[in-house]
Ligand binder design. Sequence first.
Ligand code: COA
Length: 372
Amino acid sequence: MTADANTFDSIGLASIGLSLPPLALPVEELAKLRGQDPKKYTLGLGCQEMSLCPADFGAVEMAVEAARRALGRWDGELDRIGMIVVGTESAIDMSRPLSAWVADELGLRGAVRSYEVKHACYGGTVALRQALEWKLSGAAGDKAALVIATDVALYALSDPGEPTQGAGAVAMIVDQPHIAAIDPISHPWSEPAFDFWRPVGESFPRVDGKFSLDCYKTAAENCFKAFVGDDNAERKLSELAAICFHVPFPKMVKKAFLHVGESFGWDFELANEIFSQKIDPNMGWNRQCGNAYTASLWMSVAEALAGLEGGQQIVAFSYGSGFGAELLTLTAGPEAAAGTWAADIESDLDSRTHIDAAGYEELRNVRLAASA
Ligand code: COA
């Protein structure tokens, strides 16, 4: 690729691969254990099932599988990958980047920049932006970037966040925009806050769940206002083929979007209609997977892109506690319509094993013993 080819239309997602772990727990089973009405989890939070990892399986294994799948569908060779960057909050070492474990498994070495990005659930988006900007700068030359968002979301037993747990990975090759072009102009928003954090040495996050919702709403309002600018908000958002959000749990997305609508002066009916048409349909995979932190938004984006006609636009709202957020615009490319990456989710969902309440307790005991 020449420097001239490094224009907006020439950079984006060339390939996508996804991976889920082999176990799942319906939230009704967790409700039995916690003495809760299952409707609190299904209707109150909008959750359905959570992906779970066996003791010997985690962020690295999912990242490797997602990357293999993305590479397998890509028209380039492994030696064209000049950057591997992993966004995660499931780091397994304070120094060695998770990307090194993944690169080792993939046989990726040599003239490759390899690193890990951390910013709670926003880390995958920062990784993607860095890859995009590396390509746009011309520094990448003819090389492509392999960006992976991978996480295992586990809370302390009986934590209010427990029904929102999940796990998954999304790998994206940033190169020619066969699947989607990414607009270099994006809309970030950050404010320092302690809404969700995990001190060094602690196994589980500390979460101020209600405050995290307030932070998420503030971020969404500011990002969407920046995106709309002086345009008519209803027209601008209605023109989009889809609006994707980071999905800590589906009800949080709905609450945040109703708040965005309120900030535009909309009534409930209008905000609810746009939510139902443009947002809710993109959370199907999230509902079956639970919160996969960095991977959650990109799972929703992957679902939304599958089947779009070239030229259709979507936006992606990324949020990470702490807090940092960013709204990105993507334009579907010629290979979006085929949506080949949907097969990854379909096969992982078909082959996973559903466990019950007793199986979940046993699994958590094994994991707790392993991390002690
Ligand atoms: N039937 C239907 N709905 C029910 C119900 C029942 N029997 N019982 C409760 N509910 C509803 C509640 O009314 C509430 O809905 P509302 O908020 O629309 O009023 C919802 O279920 C949750 O109940 P609540 O009592 O608020 O739950 P909680 O305090 O136990 O936990 C969170 C809620 C959000 C605090 C918790 O899930 C959490 O911390 N999640 C993680 C947040 C996160 O990931 N943040 C960081 C990333 S952005």
